[in-house]
Design a protein around this ligand. Structure first.
Ligand code: 5GP
Ligand code: ZN
Length: 134
C-alpha cells in the first residue's frame, strides 16, 4: 500500500492540527493526546516504517523532532519527553506509514507509561551478545 490516512493528512486532503511543515515532512497533533501536545512527525512520502525510510528523510525528521520538542517544552512547559516509533503490529504500529511520536511528559502519572521489565536475573547477556555479534 502506498497511500494511507497519513499520506492524506500530508497532502492536506484530510485536516490535521499541523504544527510544523516543510517539503519533506509534517508534524501534527495525535488525535489520542496521550499527554497534552502528543505529536506525530511523518514523512510526506509513504514509507512503512523506520527500516524502510531513506537516511536523508530520517535524519531530517529527527531534526524536526528536536525542533518541535523545543517548541512543546517552551509553549506547554513539558518537563521531559518520550520519543518513539512503533514498527509492525507486534510493537503496536496501527498506522502503517512511518511516524515518530513525541510525547511530552508532565508527571509520572500524566497518562503515558513506558514500562521496561528488568529481566537481568533471568537472561544470559553473554549469549544474547554473541547471537547479535557472531
Ligand atoms: P501507532 O499506534 O501506529 O504507533 O500510532 C498511530 C497514532 O496515530 C495513534 O496514536 C493514533 O491516535 C493516531 N491517529 C490515527 N489516526 C489518526 C488521524 O486520523 N489523525 C491524527 N491526528 N492522529 C491519528
Ligand atoms: Zn501513507
Amino acid at each position: 500500500m502506498d497511500s494511507c490516512i497519513f499520506c492524506e493528512i500530508g497532502k492536506h486532503h484530510i485536516p490535521g492540527k499541523v504544527i510544523y511543515e516543510d517539503e519533506m515532512c509534517m508534524a501534527f497533533l495525535d488525535l489520542s493526546q496521550t499527554t497534552d501536545g502528543h505529536t506525530l512527525v511523518i514523512p510526506k512520502k509513504h514509507f512503512h516504517d523506520i527500516l524502510e525510510v531513506d537516511e536523508k528523510t530520517l535524519s531530517h525528521m529527527m531534526n524536526v523532532v528536536q525542533k518541535v520538542a523545543h517548541q512543546l517544552q517552551t509553549k506547554l512547559d513539558a518537563q521531559g519527553f518520550n520519543i518513539m516509533t512503533n514498527m509492525n503490529e507486534i510493537a503496536g504500529q496501527s498506522v502503517h506509514h512511518f511516524h515518530i511520536h513525541i510525547i511530552p511528559r508532565f508527571s509520572q502519572q500524566d497518562g503515558f507509561n513506558a514500562i521496561y521489565t528488568d529481566r537481568s536475573k533471568e537472561i544470559d547477556l553473554e549469549a544474547i551478545y554473541h547471537r547479535i555479534m557472531d
